[in-house]
Design a protein around this ligand. Structure first.
Ligand code: AMP
Ligand code: ZN
Length: 118
C-alpha cells in the first residue's frame, strides 16, 4: 500500500485539515511555504494522468474549501500537482500541493537552465 493510502487508513498519522467522503487534506511534512497543504483523493490514483473529469470537478471544490478553511482564499495561493519523472513526482498517489501564507516567488524550474528561464 502506498504511503498516502496508509495516511488515508490512519496507519500513518497526519495533521488533517479537512476530510470528506472522497478527499483528505493535511499539512505537508516538509513545508515549502508558510501554508503547505496536500489534498488527495481517498482512492488510489497514480497521478493527474489517470484522474477522471468527474472526480477532478469534486476535487476542485474540495481544494476551494481547504483554502477557505485556512483563510488563504483572499490573500491568494498556488496549487501544483507534479506528474511523473520530469514533473518531480515522488509520491505516486495523486496529490495537489496548496501553497500560500506569503507572496510566492515564480520559481526556478529546471537545472538545465541556471538562469531560470525554464
Ligand atoms: P511530490 O514531490 O509532488 O510527490 O510531493 C510529495 C510531498 O509529500 C512532499 O512535499 C513531502 O514533503 C510530502 N510528504 C511525504 N510523506 C508525507 C507524510 N507522511 N505526511 C505529510 N507529507 C508527506
Ligand atoms: Zn495510494
Amino acid at each position: 500500500m502506498c504511503i498516502f493510502c496508509k495516511l488515508v487508513n490512519k496507519e500513518i498519522p497526519s495533521n488533517v485539515i479537512l476530510e470528506d467522503d472522497n478527499f483528505l487534506a493535511f499539512h505537508d511534512l516538509n513545508p515549502k511555504a508558510p501554508v503547505h497543504i496536500l489534498a488527495i483523493p481517498k482512492t488510489h490514483i497514480d497521478s493527474f494522468n489517470e484522474v477522471s473529469g468527474e472526480l477532478m470537478a469534486k476535487m476542485s471544490e474540495f481544494i476551494q474549501k481547504v483554502a477557505q478553511e485556512v483563510k488563504i482564499e483572499k490573500s491568494g495561493y498556488r496549487i501544483i500537482t507534479n506528474i511523473g519523472e520530469n514533473g518531480g513526482q515522488e509520491v505516486k498517489h495523486l496529490h495537489f500541493h496548496i501553497l500560500g501564507g506569503a507572496k510566492l516567488k515564480w520559481g526556478h524550474f529546471s537545472d538545465a537552465d541556471p538562469q531560470g528561464h525554464f
